[in-house]
Design a protein around this ligand. Structure first.
Ligand code: AMP
Ligand code: MG
Length: 319
């Protein structure tokens, strides 16, 4: 193993991106991933007016839009995880997200009528994809696609493909908590990925995931929320109720070879709660998941047991 290493921190895709790349070619590899991340941001950003996501959103209810093959793939994957999770995972919730944000700033809650009207725009089947010519159409004006729950996972997969294609045998990327590692660390040991404690300041981990060639992604209500009349409302919504998901979980961490899978499943499982979330994880055939419940208990599926080192004394069940 060469001792040449490229470690970098950037702010991209609205989040902190940390990379560690080992090997002779590490600077060239880093430059390539940086270009790729800019490219993906231009494709998937909700806020950039010229991104493919924005072009699609701007033409909702009006025009069919030609997409890149890559964008089509992300949308198809999104639909697949919606289907698998009975719509708990839903990239069409943006009108609802915007409603909560807008009213939250005024310290107001949405009315039942607001929610009912907005939910009509949020149905999955308002997004129509035609894979034969890579086109998409949003059926109603005001419909919007938001890849906030899956895009970082896709980007982590793309960067790890760059690492491998360009010859890195040891590398790591963390896109705002969306982690994927290639090979082992430079010293030959497996990577250690800390899992944030949902109730403690950033950087305090309740467990470590020891792994190689895997992605580890956490979703939790603690990550982002707004306060309305002194009550916390988190950023992951339930398309059934129109409210932030009333889950029995503080966080879910999913482990998978595929980061896009881990990203989608962690968001979905958080919405579904412990029982259905466990079923989802087993159905999807990812490596496994670890659930942190509202009552501070830990549930882990069989596949992750060998990877987990608990750092705190917590009641832990294998499911
Ligand atoms: P994550 O951190 O991957 O769990 O994704 C959370 C982000 O995904 C939110 O900030 C929203 O942009 C979006 N989002 C919120 N609720 C959902 C949902 N039920 N399904 C898919 N994406 C969602
Ligand atoms: Mg996600």
């Amino acid at each position: 193993m060469s001792d040449i290493v490229r470690e970098a921190q950037d702010f991209l895709m609205n989040t902190n991106v940390e990379q560690k790349i080992y090997g002779d070619n590490s600077s060239a590899i880093y430059n390539t991933t940086l270009n790729e991340l800019h490219r993906l941001e231009n494709m998937m950003s909700f806020y950039r007016e010229t991104s493919e996501v924005s072009l699609l959103n701007q033409q909702s209810g009006k025009k069919t839009i030609k997409l890149s093959k890559e964008m089509m793939l992300v949308l198809q994957q999104s639909n697949y995880y919606s289907l698998l999770s009975e719509s708990a995972f839903n990239i069409m919730l943006s009108p609802l997200i915007q409603l909560w944000k807008k009213l939250g700033k005024k310290n107001e809650l949405p009315s039942d009528k607001d929610i009912e009207n907005t939910l009509k725009l949020c149905r999955n089947n308002n997004l129509m994809l035609d894979a034969s010519d890579d086109t998409a159409y949003l059926a109603l004006e005001g419909c919007m696609v938001d890849l906030g729950g899956i895009g970082k996972g896709f980007a982590a997969d793309v960067c790890c493909n760059v690492y491998k294609d360009m010859g890195a045998t040891s590398a790591f990327i963390n896109l705002g908590g969306n982690v994927k590692a290639i090979g082992n660390r430079a010293d030959g040991n497996q990577w250690t990925i800390g899992i944030q404690h949902p109730d403690k300041p950033r950087g305090n981990c309740y467990c470590a995931m020891i792994c190689s060639d895997l992605s580890v992604v956490t979703s939790g209500g603690y990550e982002r929320y707004q306060e309305i009349n002194g009550v916390k409302y988190h950023h992951i919504l339930d398309g059934g109720t129109g409210y932030p998901s009333k889950t029995d979980l503080k966080s879910v961490t999913v482990v998978s070879q595929s980061s896009i899978q881990a990203d989608a499943l962690s968001t979905a499982a958080f919405v579904m709660g412990l029982k259905k979330g466990i079923d989802l994880v087993y159905m999807s055939k990812c490596v496994g998941a670890i659930f942190f419940t509202l009552s501070n208990e830990i549930y882990m599926t069989k596949g992750v047991k060998q990877h987990i080192k608990l750092l705190e004394r917590l009641t832990c069940y294998e499911v």
